[in-house]
Design a protein around this ligand. Sequence first.
Ligand SMILES: *Cc1c(COP(=O)(O)O)cnc(C)c1O
Length: 384
Amino acid sequence: MAMLPYGRQSVIDEDVEAVSAVLRSDWLTTGPQVDAFEAELAEVTGAAGVAAVSNGTAALHVAYAAAGVGPGDEVVVPPMTFVATASSAIALGAKIVFADVEEETLCLDPAAAAAAVTSRTRVVSAVDYAGHPADYDALRKSVEGSDALLLADAAHSIGGTYHGRPVGSLADLTTFSFFPTKNLTTGEGGGVAALDPELVKRARRFRNIGTIRERDELRRPDEGGWFYEVHEFGLNYRLPDVLCALGRSQLRRLGEFVTRRAALVARYNEALADLDGVRLPVRQPWADPAWHLYPIRVLDGRRREIYDAMRAAGIGVQVNYIPVHWHPAFADLGYRRGSCPVAESFYSEQLSLPLYPTLSDADQDRVIDVLGAALRGRARPAAA
Ligand SMILES: *Cc1c(COP(=O)(O)O)cnc(C)c1O
């Protein structure tokens, strides 16, 4: 029996046709699909604009660069995230200041964020863990009176809302990932949304090696039609037309994906409500999450045992995430275990159950049965 994954894409004939059509066109990379995908993303997220980029890590790098992060600046990051939320700012010479998460949502704690902000803080990055938006109104207060911008790492949460406002319109900068396990996919891909058009422009420039072609901004505007200048260094983080076509096709089904994910979450919540030995994810009344993960807590020190038992039974459970400051690259810089106790204690119990739009009710029932059996200590490996 094939391992049931914890996440996977949904690609249908419509997506394949959208990509094929672009492969037969004149443009493979930066062409009309990029502009259209960016416009549609801006529409869905309520941002002033979106820059499509080559992956979610690049999106973070671009967003930090657009925010002007440089050597000596501080960036506040919660440790309950994928390492890229922090490492992409390190790439610009920033110092990461870890701030703990809230017990219920596992998103950046506004009080911890406020305590971490200094005169050197350039960006405070929240992460919409599992697809549940962070508390952006409270986080906005945490950065008030400082020069810091608020960033949302929304790799999990595109399609979600906070107090009815869409993810993408909640922070100064919002980053997306379109990796296959995320809420919509372009294979590899990502986006940077911003509320200020100037930040969108800076993001697009960094993505395109820093090149400037706007005549009114050139230092030598009369050089000729071929002329461009680089004022600030950038990288090539472009997302090709071929993949933007896939993104546009996927975006048409985002609502469907989010609805199916929510239905599966409701089924898990109901089926697992009375199960001893686990705690289920919490939804705040002000959030309409775009559930990317279904993260449970396995109590009584049994996470390793339950992980092994479910894997042996063909259920591809996952752990999201290893606290970022525990990675040796951070430990070697002097970051210490124990500094973010809420995130660290959550990590020691965390287990992600399979969640993706094409997960069938029958397969989900199998996950539920295997988890129940494992908790009762009766899990058997699948027959070899
Ligand atoms: C997936 C992810 C990223 C990185 O995205 P890639 O497209 O894999 O580079 C960043 N942050 C979080 C929270 C993620 O889950």
